[in-house]
Design a protein around this ligand. Structure first.
Ligand code: ADP
Length: 217
């Protein structure tokens, strides 16, 4: 297995890149998708969240009301820390489980994880950053993803800066052009990924375990 990280600010085109990489043959492990799966009604993360914030965070369909959760935690450091302490270890465990399942195969695995470096993924073969001018991201989020301009700007300002993200990059995917241009950029990144050496199996397993254990400390 070969593992690379994928990161990019909201509206950068990271989801679009992830699906193009899947078409090229990558296995994408998306932390946001895992979070949503772990938050399905009755799952331990869901239960722990309802224990903390009560039924007001459950919508009429019985599913988590994400907006209600956001209203409770954003802008309140203590509540946000509580949310992270419920969600992060569970996602880390699930991610480690899925990586272990893939280790020993010849899969090319793309880890789509917000705050990749901060979350302790230091030992990947490389990091891909999807980059776009934040003004373009705001425009796309309002045009295609029905964000208000204020919401788009708020979300962007809560994330790492463009410069900080670029400083982590081994490969930059420039998404300032058309969707066809983006596909060409992704093809170029894929050629680079596939040129990387695959680590030996024993090192893979040690890496995954030692990260999962460091999360539990
Ligand atoms: P992210 O996952 O980084 O938040 P998305 O991949 O959802 O971003 O992209 C944001 C929106 O912009 C989506 O609706 C997507 O289809 C659109 N988009 C992405 N890249 C381009 C592009 N190069 N040209 C036009 N629209 C784009």
């Amino acid at each position: 297995m070969l593992e690379v990280g994928l990161t990019g600010g909201i509206g950068s085109g990271k989801s679009t890149v992830a699906s193009l990489l899947v078409k090229l043959g990558a296995v994408v492990l998306d932390a946001d998708v895992i979070v949503r799966q772990l938050q399905e009604p009755g799952k331990p993360v869901f239960v722990a969240m309802v224990e903390r914030w009560g039924e007001s965070i459950v919508g009429s369909s019985g599913a988590l009301d994400r907006q209600a959760v956001a209203d409770r935690v954003f802008g309140d450091e203590e509540e946000l820390a509580a949310l992270n302490s419920i969600v992060h270890p569970a996602v880390g465990d699930e991610m480690a489980r899925r990586r272990e399942e893939l280790s020993g195969t010849d899969a090319t695995v793309v880890l789509d994880i917000p705050l990749l470096i901060e979350a302790g993924y230091h030992d990947l073969a490389g990091i891909i950053v999807v980059d776009v001018d934040p003004e373009v991201a705001v425009k796309r989020l309002t045009e295609y993803r029905s964000f208000t301009e204020k919401d788009a700007r708020d979300r962007i300002s809560r994330q790492a800066s463009r410069a900080d993200r670029l400083a982590q990059a081994d490969v930059i995917i420039d998404n300032s052009g058309s969707l066809a241009d983006l596909a060409a950029e992704v093809d170029r990144a894929w050629m680079w990924i596939e040129s990387l050496a695959r680590p030996p199996l024993d090192r893979e397993i040690t890496r995954i375990r030692s990260r999962a254990e460091s999360l539990e400390d």
